[in-house]
Design a protein around this ligand. Structure first.
Ligand SMILES: [Zn+2]
Length: 457
C-alpha cells in the first residue's frame, strides 16, 4: 500500500459518513416493503407451523424460538428476556339450555374463569342488558342464578366492560355463574373469549361467553318464563410460570443509547391461530425491522423489536420489559395490535397529561399518504407499550381498517386465511416508514394540555 492511499484511507475513516437522505431512504423502504411477501410467508409459518399460542403453552415457547431465529436470520442481534407469567388452563366447558327441546350452547370460558363444582350446576338465568338494569334488580332476583349479560356491541371499550366486570358484579350478589354475550357487532354463532377481571383474594365465578344468537335467545325465553341452563366449566388458575419477551435489535449509528421499540404480542388465545391477534402485528414489526437492518448504514437510534409475551391474560410482558429497561431512554415506541386490515395511520400517544405535536410529524404523514395511511390523531399506542408511555416515552399505535376484525377477534375463526397479502404489505410499509422516522427523524414533540385519549383495544 502506498503512503498516499493509506493517508487517504485514514482521512476517510476520520470523517463521518454523510447522513442518509431521509426522503430517499423512506422511498426505498416503501418500495422494498411493497415488493416483498416475506411478512405473509412468516405469518403462514407462525399460524400453520405453530398455531395458537396461549400463555404457558409449549406452542408459545416454540413461537418465541421461531421469532428469535427469524430475526437472527434478518441480521438483528437477538436475545430472550425472561418474564414470570400467570397461567390459566381452559380445560373443558359446556353449557346446555334445559327444557324442551334441550340443546347445547356453544361457549368459550373467559380467561381467568373459575370452575363449577364437579358435575356442573343447573340454575335459572337472569338476563340483563346493562349495569343499570342489573342494579335495579332486587338481590333475590340474582342470588343462586346465572347472570346473562346480553349487551349489544357499541364500541369495544364500552362493551368489553361487561366481559371484564360481569363475573365480579355477579359474585357480589350471590350469583352462581356469569355468561356474557360475545363482544362483537356481528356473529355467525361464534363465541368470543377474552380475559375477565378477578378481585384480589376472591375466587372468580365460573364465567363464559355465549354467542350473540344464544344470548338473545336466552333473553326472549327468560322474558317468557323461568329458563334454566346446565353449566360445567373446569377452568383452573395454575401456579405462575416462565415465559419470555423475544428481542431483536440493530444498534444506532449516532445515538445507540436512544431506543426505538417496535412492539406486538406473540401470545394469543387458545382458539384459532392468533393470525390477526396478533400474529399479523408481529410479522409487520419483524419485517419492518428487517428492512431497516438491511440498510447499508444503521439508523441514528437503536431499533429494537419486542415480541411481547402474555398480553392477552395479564400484560406481564409489557410490565416486565418496562421494569427491566427503566434506566434506558426510549424515544419512540410503536405497537401493531389491531389486526391486518388496511393501514389507516397512527394514534400518537404522549401520555395522559400532554397532547402530541402532530405538525412535527408532517414529513412522516407525507410518506404514509400514498398508502392511505396518513391519519395521525391522539390516542393510545397499545397495551404492551403502555407502561413505557406511562413512564414518559412517546408512542405510535398502528390504526387498521377494522370492519372484518371484531367478528373473528378471540374466536376459532382468527385464522391465516382471513389475512390479505396486499394489506399485510401495506401495513409492513407503514410500520417501516414510522420506524424509520422514529429512528432517524426528530423525536415526537409534546404540547401542554391533555387530550381525552382513545383507549386501544
Ligand atoms: Zn392483541
Amino acid at each position: 500500500m502506498t503512503p498516499s492511499i493509506a493517508l487517504a484511507g485514514l482521512a476517510l475513516a476520520g470523517k463521518p459518513p454523510p447522513p442518509p437522505d431521509l426522503d430517499a431512504v423512506a422511498a426505498g423502504l416503501l418500495g422494498a416493503a411493497l415488493a416483498s411477501d416475506e411478512a405473509y410467508r412468516e405469518l403462514a409459518a407462525l399460524c400453520d407451523g405453530i398455531g395458537h399460542r396461549v400463555t404457558g403453552s409449549a406452542a408459545l415457547d416454540r413461537a418465541i424460538d421461531w421469532g428469535l431465529a427469524e430475526m437472527t436470520a434478518d441480521g438483528l442481534s437477538t436475545r430472550r428476556e425472561p418474564v414470570t407469567v400467570p397461567i390459566w388452563a381452559r380445560n373443558e366447558a359446556r353449557a346446555t339450555l334445559l327444557g324442551s327441546p334441550a340443546r347445547d350452547l356453544p361457549i368459550l370460558a373467559l380467561g381467568r374463569s373459575g370452575a363449577t363444582p364437579a358435575g356442573g350446576i343447573d340454575a335459572e338465568v337472569v338476563v340483563v342488558g346493562s349495569f343499570d338494569e342489573y342494579k335495579a334488580l332486587p338481590d333475590a332476583a340474582v342470588a343462586g342464578k346465572i347472570v346473562v349479560w346480553d349487551v349489544p356491541f357499541t364500541d369495544y371499550g364500552a362493551t368489553v366492560a361487561y366481559r371484564w366486570a360481569g363475573a365480579i358484579e355477579g359474585a357480589k350478589r350471590g350469583a352462581v355463574a356469569s355468561l356474557v354475550r360475545s363482544v362483537t357487532p356481528e356473529s355467525l354463532s361464534t363465541p368470543h373469549t377474552g380475559v375477565m377481571g378477578v378481585e384480589e383474594g376472591k375466587a372468580p365465578l365460573p364465567a363464559a361467553a355465549l354467542t350473540v344468537e344464544d344470548s338473545m335467545t336466552l333473553r326472549r325465553l327468560a322474558a317468557a318464563g323461568p329458563t334454566r341452563v346446565h353449566l360445567e366449566i373446569n377452568a383452573r388458575e395454575m401456579p405462575d410460570g416462565q415465559s419470555a419477551n423475544a428481542i431483536g435489535e440493530r444498534l444506532g449509528r449516532e445515538l445507540p443509547e436512544e431506543i426505538v421499540v417496535l412492539g406486538c404480542h406473540l401470545d394469543s388465545w387458545d382458539v384459532g391461530q392468533g393470525a390477526q391477534d396478533d400474529g399479523a402485528g408481529c410479522v409487520m414489526v419483524m419485517e419492518a425491522a428487517a428492512l431497516l437492518a438491511a440498510l447499508p448504514v444503521a439508523p441514528r437510534r437503536t431499533v429494537r423489536v419486542v415480541l411481547f409475551t402474555n398480553e392477552e391474560s395479564g400484560g406481564a410482558g409489557g410490565k416486565a420489559y418496562q421494569a427491566a429497561h427503566a434506566g434506558e431512554r426510549h424515544v419512540g415506541v410503536l405497537e401493531a395490535d389491531t389486526g391486518a386490515g388496511a393501514p389507516l395511520g397512527f394514534r400518537v400517544d404522549v401520555g395522559a397529561d400532554d397532547r402530541p405535536d402532530l405538525e412535527g410529524l408532517a414529513r412522516l404523514q407525507r410518506w404514509l399518504e400514498p398508502l392511505g395511511a396518513g391519519r395521525l390523531e391522539p390516542g393510545g399506542a397499545g397495551a404492551d407499550v403502555g407502561p413505557l408511555v406511562a413512564a414518559g416515552s412517546a408512542g405510535l399505535g398502528l390504526i387498521n381498517e377494522m370492519s372484518g376484525y371484531w367478528r373473528i377477534h378471540h374466536t376459532h375463526a382468527d385464522t391465516f386465511d382471513k389475512v390479505e397479502p396486499a394489506a399485510l404489505r401495506f401495513n409492513t410499509a407503514a410500520v417501516a416508514l414510522a420506524a424509520w422516522w422514529l429512528a432517524e427523524g426528530d423525536p415526537i414533540g409534546r404540547l401542554p394540555g391533555a387530550v381525552p385519549g382513545v383507549e386501544p383495544p
